[in-house]
Design a protein around this ligand. Sequence first.
Ligand SMILES: Nc1ncnc2c1ncn2[C@@H]1O[C@H](COP(=O)(O)OP(=O)(O)OP(=O)(O)O)[C@@H](O)[C@H]1O
Ligand SMILES: [Mg+2]
Length: 269
Amino acid sequence: MSLQEELQGPPPAKLIVEHVSKWFRQKRQTVHALDDISLEVAEGEFIVIVGPSGCGKSTLLDIIAGLEKPDKGQVMADNQPVLNPGRHRLVMFQESALFPWLNAFGNVMFGLKLKPGLRNSERREVAKFFLHLVGLEKFMEANVHELSGGMKQRVALARALAPNPRVLLMDEPFAALDAMTREQLYGDIQRIWEKRRKTIIFVTHNVREAACLADRVMIMSPTPGRIREVFEVTLPRPRDFNSIQIAQHASKLTAALKGHAEHDAVTNA
Ligand SMILES: Nc1ncnc2c1ncn2[C@@H]1O[C@H](COP(=O)(O)OP(=O)(O)OP(=O)(O)O)[C@@H](O)[C@H]1O
Ligand SMILES: [Mg+2]
């Protein structure tokens, strides 16, 4: 594959989650983490999952990534069952999980080890391209401890994008950042997603973040983890995090979350 093709990347994948259920069995108790989750995600769609702590968001993401196995049901990525982790579905976590002994460039190069068929000089070009894309071209040689929290997450994003996965799974990637840095990243992620279309599943607790980023928002509820409601967000992009429309969508999401929590409290009482 030529460097040019490599930089362009493959088309995004289609995902189908079919009747997935998951239990965690421990000595003292069994947790029903996911109950009959079904979801179809189109190529290049941006899905955001919101829901209270413990409703199974990370578990669902891990199953889609192939890091966990469902007890029932299956996940299909481009018509192939997901049985293991693969380089076409990469996960980005809340903490950037960068290697502290490598600099920014080294961390992105590390991600490219997953990529067969590239010469080392081509890997270097690809790594530079993605550090540029996330706005860190001036910090390639910086050590991890010299980077701010937002810059670390940018490096983590470049590292996840560089092997050209077809699906990006993001588990509260901006939760640990201050509000200003987060707002910058909402702009960045929209710009990057416009340029490098991926199928994205993004988990957050933040309803404004959900409204700002999503094509569709899935609302989940706990015990057992279920998808309760799906909201489409059809606002044009790029979206301004502080706009009235985003605030209006966010308050609808909050109302839905509260409604399900209250309903569940009455039913489980
Ligand atoms: N490895 C595990 N072993 C046992 N129980 C687990 C394991 N992973 C998750 N669980 C349980 O499964 C349920 C769902 O957990 P999960 O981490 O998916 O929730 P979450 O929605 O991501 O929560 P949070 O918003 O706090 O990150 C919880 O009750 C949790 O305790
Ligand atoms: Mg989680």
